[in-house]
Design a protein around this ligand. Structure first.
Ligand code: NAI
Length: 271
């Protein structure tokens, strides 16, 4: 395993809810690789308490912030700057939520207020975090910002509902802000399109378990775990990916480029 890939780097990690969270695994890896960072999550998620254990393990603090609130993001950056003693080199946006998915509303009967909420929480918050960072000049030159996406941004997956559009917006923001921030400050912005992963957000999706198994069979390497995703995120925060920006990067064991796999054919023939 490489060592100290993030030595001397400072950052912000959003979205660690419990040990299954991609953000939780990322925090552990970032600490292991020598980074210092501040954790944050929505005030409501804080009540579950687990994030404080993570903060202890990572020698850091938790600053509650609703990522849809510009005021909360401003406060988060100010407090992080004080705690870290300066600006940051990386930010992880690991946030997603759709009230329509949660409450089982079918795609042909969406509640449009909830649609707005899905977009705001899962996508526009990414823009808000970038815009506030730019205005405050909060990210150091050659910094790296990563968001987490899903292949439903490109292809139709009925169970993913309005989160499909949310992810398409998220990826578009990475491209457009990536161009802007790259020119302004050499800051890179990317999204990682991750395999289905057994987390609170993932498992909240109807039929997730069946689809998880299907995706696993469609991926030559199998589904990528939250831990493997965290390792990929660390490489994107490291100096070894300085010229990668405006990309949506598939981290899915080969799923996105598999037409069909022998495992699926066998399964089909054995019926
Ligand atoms: P998770 O449920 O552990 O993390 C989602 C986080 O979003 C939670 O910590 C939650 O508190 C936070 N959040 C929700 N509303 C918020 C708000 N208003 N402000 C701040 N934080 C808020 O689940 P997971 O899977 O680790 O999700 C992280 C990211 O990965 C999400 O963007 C998700 O869509 C994405 N992703 C997940 C996949 C999966 O199958 N689990 C697959 C591909 C992408």
């Amino acid at each position: 395993m490489p060592e100290n890939l993030l030595r001397g780097k400072k950052g912000i990690i959003t979205g660690a809810l419990d040990e299954n969270s991609i953000a939780w695994q990322t925090a552990l890896k970032a600490k292991e690789q020598g980074a210092t960072f501040v954790l944050t999550n929505a005030p409501i998620a804080m009540r579950m308490g687990a994030i404080n254990e993570l903060a202890q393990a990572c020698d850091t603090i938790v600053v509650p912030a609703d990522a849809t609130s510009v005021t909360d993001i401003e406060k988060l950056y100010d407090e992080a700057k004080e705690f870290l003693g300066g600006n940051v080199d990386f930010i992880l946006h690991s946030i997603g939520m759709s009230p329509n998915v949660r409450k089982g509303r079918p795609y042909g009967d969406l509640n449009y207020e909830w649609v707005q909420k899905s977009y705001d929480v899962s996508a526009i918050s990414f823009h808000k975090m970038l815009q506030v960072a730019e205005k405050k000049d909060f990210i150091n030159e050659w910094g790296s910002v990563v968001g987490l996406s899903y292949i439903a941004a490109q292809r139709a997956y009925p169970f993913y509902s309005d989160m499909s559009e949310a992810k398409a917006i998220l990826e578009s923001i990475a491209r457009n802000y990536g161009q802007r921030y790259g020119q302004l400050k050499k800051v890179r912005v990317n999204t990682i399109s991750q395999s289905p992963t057994k987390t609170t957000a993932g498992s909240g999706i109807n039929g997730f378990d069946d689809f998880f198994d299907f995706a696993d069979m469609m991926s030559p390497l199998g589904n990528a775990s939250a831990e493997a995703c965290a390792e990929y995120i660390i490489t994107l925060f490291s100096d070894y990916t300085r010229m990668v920006t405006m990309q949506n990067l598939f981290h899915d064991g080969g799923y996105s480029f598999s037409g069909i796999t022998p495992t699926i054919v066998e399964k089909f023939l054995s019926k």
